[in-house]
Design a binder for this molecule. Structure first.
Ligand SMILES: N[C@@H](CCC(=O)N[C@@H](CS)C(=O)NCC(=O)O)C(=O)O
Length: 216
């Protein structure tokens, strides 16, 4: 088994994705905690790890890998069982579309590096966050329900009867939605995924509040 180290922060949603993927595949790792609120990610020491100054970074047998979705695909290729992506190209394209709604359509807009550009006004920051999370989750819900009609699957996961990368992206995004007061009542598929996954031991273990670096 490879030697795995994860640079992580409890409330980093991109780190949360990788914690979920590692847990799903039963892979142990050593955590290195980087405090985002104290700006440790912007210091030269960490930028040598990821030049973007973003978490996460996964070190696998001494080699550093960044960008959470690239890390998920790497883990899936190295440790294919259980899989994070379905078998057919068409199914994989749909799962990747759900992944990208979160990865490029929501999460980048809630990043500290973006919020700092909005300014110090807490209400303005919250309004921004709620707008983009609501917009993105609405699109995710619509797309997921179209995929259900096209394929006939009924869940309970984001894409069918098994956990996939779409769940690994959605779960951290739901943590952020709740944290910033976004109402999930209008999203039946999203609520179904939340209910189907929250009690799974590897999901509970990856939860932000369960991390040793979590602050009360
Ligand atoms: N596309 C990147 C995004 C990584 C990212 O945005 N990480 C956030 C935490 S979830 C971060 O480190 N933010 C630091 C900052 O904004 O200063 C990935 O998927 O790995």
């Amino acid at each position: 088994m490879a030697n795995l180290t994860l640079y992580t922060y409890w409330r980093s949603s991109a780190s949360h994705r990788v914690r979920l993927a590692l847990g799903y595949k039963g892979l142990d790792y050593d955590p290195v905690y980087v405090n985002l609120l104290e700006g440790e990610q912007r210091r030269d020491a960490y930028k040598a790890t990821n030049p973007m100054g973003f978490l996460p970074c996964l070190v696998l047998d001494g080699v550093k890998y960044v960008e959470s979705t690239a890390i998920l695909e790497l883990l899936d290729e190295l440790y294919p069982d259980p899989p994070l992506l379905p078998k057919t190209p068409e199914d994989r394209a749909r799962v990747r579309a759900l992944v990208q709604i979160v990865n490029s359509g929501i999460q980048p807009l809630q990043n500290l590096v973006v919020l700092d550009r909005i300014g110090e006004d807490k209400e303005a920051r919250l309004a921004w966050l709620r707008h983009f999370i609501t917009r993105g989750l609405g699109a995710w819900e619509a797309l997921a329900s179209r995929f259900q009609e096209e394929t006939g699957h009924t869940g309970p996961f984001a894409y069918g009867a098994s956990f996939t990368a779409a769940d690994a992206l959605l779960i951290p995004q739901l943590y952020a939605a709740r944290r910033f007061g976004v109402d999930l009542g209008a999203y039946p598929t999203i609520r179904r995924v939340d209910e189907a996954t929250r009690e799974l031991p590897f999901v509970a273990a990856a939860y932000p509040d369960a991390q040793p670096d979590a602050k009360p």
